[in-house]
Design a protein around this ligand. Sequence first.
Ligand SMILES: [Zn+2]
Ligand SMILES: [Zn+2]
Ligand SMILES: [Zn+2]
Length: 231
Amino acid sequence: MKQLHTREREQCRELLQQEQVDRYEDRLQIMDAFLQTEHHVTCQDMVRQLEERGTPYSPDFVQDTLRLFYRLGFARKNRFDNGHVRYEHMHLGEHHDHLICTGCGAIVEFEDAQMEALQKQVAEKYGFEPLHHRMELYGICPQCRKRHVDGRVLALAKPGETLTIREVLGGPGARLRLRTMGLKVGDTLEVIANINRGQMAVAVGNTRFAIGRGLAQKILVSPLDEKGTPP
Ligand SMILES: [Zn+2]
Ligand SMILES: [Zn+2]
Ligand SMILES: [Zn+2]
């Protein structure tokens, strides 16, 4: 097995011993698996990964251990856009920020020295001593954009526009929510009202629907062409 992040592992081992944490060997197994991940994992992801490695643990124990890692400073905790809590291991002395796709949930990490410097300047300007920060930029990732060249998200539509639902992003949950409302891919709707942040109102024929902001961000629409048929 490739041993990654030996420094982090060593520090974790020492700290767990120092703190006299119970089930120390088991926790270290979880740390090993955790250090092998290079992305943002939920507790469920870790449970699955540990199973695959042949060292299965109960979800409660994994959860407890991830919280412990967070408390001891080995994990960073994120809750992107109301989603599940995700953990990532901290690389010593490194920092990065996130771009998050509202379509597929993809998370891209970036580092930008200019942006970091600018944040320091802003803090100084307001007399703050900067301690830490979190930068999350939400948008549509290149893959999602490529798949839907002329598709747009409904959330950005203007009142008066007539649009066809082309696709619902973000897994079966969003599609189901739309279905329960009585809407589906292929439907043509008119935007009635779209006020910043709140719900938006659309109409299909004579029926009006209120669609929450979050869902509207996952609905890809395209305008009708002159013949009145969707492209
Ligand atoms: Zn940053
Ligand atoms: Zn995406
Ligand atoms: Zn990250």
